[in-house]
Structure formats: C-alpha cells, structure tokens
Design a protein around this ligand. Structure first.
Ligand SMILES: C[S@@+](CC[C@H](N)C(=O)[O-])C[C@H]1O[C@@H](n2cnc3c(N)ncnc32)[C@H](O)[C@@H]1O
Length: 269
C-alpha cells in the first residue's frame, strides 16, 4: 500500500509559503477577515484562534474586539511579520509557529476558531479538521473562508495545477470549498454548519499589476515559475493574465477582480 507522505508534502508546502511575502497578498484578505469576524461574532474576552494566520490579518481583526487572540502558522517569517504588526499597533496577540495538523494547544482551548484561506492547504485534511474541532470548546464556533472550485479561485488553482501538478494522494484544498467537502470534514464533530457563498473584490492598478503582484509575492506562483522553462513561464503568466481579465469588473484600466469564495460557520457539538 502506498502511504501518502504527509510529512514530506507539508515540508515542501512550508517552503512554498515561506517564498515571496504573503503579507503583500494579504492586503486583499482584510475585507474577508472583517466579514468572517462579523459573522462568527466573537465577544470581548473570548479566546480566539486564527489557524494558518499568515501575517496575522484575522487575528488582528478579532483582537480589536478585545478578544484573547492566538495565531498559528508554520512559516516563522510570517509569524515574525504578524508579531511586528501587532506590536506596531500595541495589540496583545500570542502569535506562534506551528502546524495546523498538530496544534500545540490542549483540547477545548478556544471559544472561536478561525481560518481565512489557511487550514484548507493542509495536506492531511482529515487530521487538520480533527485539530480544528479538538481545540474548539463544545458549543464553540468554527469560521472558515476559502477558495471554491468555480470562479476566479477555481481557475487560479487549475492554472497552477496544470503547470505544477499537486502531489498524488492529496485532496485539493478546493474540497473545503464545497458543501459536501466541508460537511464531510467537519461533520463528525459539529452540531450545525452553514455555508454561504460570498464575493470579495481585489484591487490592483491594472491586470498586469495584478499578475505582477502574484508573481513577485505569492509563494505558489513564484515556485511554479521557478520550476518552469522560459516558454512555460510565459504561458503560465499569459494564463494568469487571462484569468485576471476574465473576473475584472473595472472599466477604467484598473483591475477590480471578483473573487467568489465559501464561508463556513459551524458550531462544535
Ligand atoms: C493563503 S495564506 C493565508 C494567510 C492568512 N490566513 C491570511 O488570510 O492572510 C495561507 C497560509 O496558510 C499557512 N499554512 C498552510 N498550511 C499550513 C499548515 N499545515 N500549518 C500552518 N500554517 C499553514 C501558510 O504558511 C500561509 O501563511
């Protein structure tokens, strides 16, 4: 039997996310983090965990409600960035390096567990889902936002996968972005789940600028480009340009790209 090498895949993905500077991409995630916190509605004093927090965007939003916030991500450079952001704004958030598939917290530690385009990337999805549920207290809330198989994110994933096929034996992160997938993954441990399709707009100076931002700062795009020969590099960049143009709603030469995603709000049993 061929066992999936989750440890090796996690290491390789960690290197990918450490490449570039996700904080630059995360400016587009602020509006999603605000919406998620508003939906899940943590109250002051509640313990909130932001899983795969990157540079801490959702954690910082939750802390503004005077919640007791922890953020975890496996890329040390992003945790440093998150810590620097929190310090600059004098926000007391406990940011830690760690893997979403094996979190360093006791059972039932948090009232609210959040993840914005984060936990979905863990290769061992069942294990990551069990961890979300384990660290959340009974009756606590789990709020997720992530990509879906359709629209901008679906096309974006498909373009990258065409040039850099995902490791065999691993489910796509897009599984979390479907009703069936999210219910399958969280189902065993929850009393309710509500999935809502939402749209966020991503703003760039132009379509070319949008592609340049991703090819300069977004780890998965940078890694794909590094692996390709010059002809395929051009062709991936062309495809990304086409996708940005397809979802661009601006008519003044700028780019306002429509990103439809799935919001999942669940309550632990
Ligand atoms: C698309 S970024 C989103 C970051 C952040 N949630 C935000 O909205 O700005 C994905 C993040 O997930 C983190 N990540 C992916 N897999 C992870 C894992 N298994 N454990 C911890 N962090 C992980 C990456 O390091 C990266 O910071």
């Amino acid at each position: 039997m061929n066992e999936t090498d989750y440890i090796g895949i996690t290491e390789s993905q960690k290197e990918t996310w450490a490449t570039g500077d996700f904080n630059e991409i995360a400016r587009q995630n602020v509006v999603m983090a605000e919406t998620l916190v508003e939906t899940v509605d943590p109250h002051p004093g509640q313990r909130v965990l932001d899983v795969a927090c990157g540079s801490g965007t959702a954690a910082l939003v939750a802390e503004r409600r005077y919640c007791e916030v922890t953020g975890i991500d496996y890329v040390p450079g992003l945790i440093q960035r998150a810590t620097a952001r929190a310090q600059a704004n004098r926000q007391p958030v406990d940011f830690r390096v760690g893997d979403a598939q094996d979190m360093p917290f006791p059972d039932d530690s948090f009232d609210v567990v959040l993840s914005v385009y984060g936990v979905q990337f863990a290769p061992d999805q069942e294990r990551a889902a069990r961890e979300l549920l384990r660290v959340c207290k009974p009756g606590g809330k789990i709020g997720l936002m992530g990509p879906i198989p359709e629209g901008w994110s679906g096309d974006w994933f498909a373009a990258h996968a065409e040039y850099m096929p995902p490791p065999p034996g691993v489910h796509s992160p897009l599984r979390w972005g479907t009703d069936e997938g999210s219910e399958e993954l969280l189902g065993p441990g929850i009393q309710s789940i509500e999935n809502t399709r939402r749209t966020a707009l991503q703003y760039y100076r132009s379509v070319n600028h949008a592609v340049e931002v991703f090819s300069t700062y977004f780890g998965p795009t940078i890694r794909a480009l590094e692996e390709l020969d010059p002809v395929d590099q051009e062709s991936l960049l062309d495809d990304l340009n086409t996708i940005m143009s397809r979802y661009n709603r601006a008519t003044d030469g700028t780019a306002i790209v429509e990103n439809e995603y799935l919001q999942t709000a669940a309550i632990k049993a």
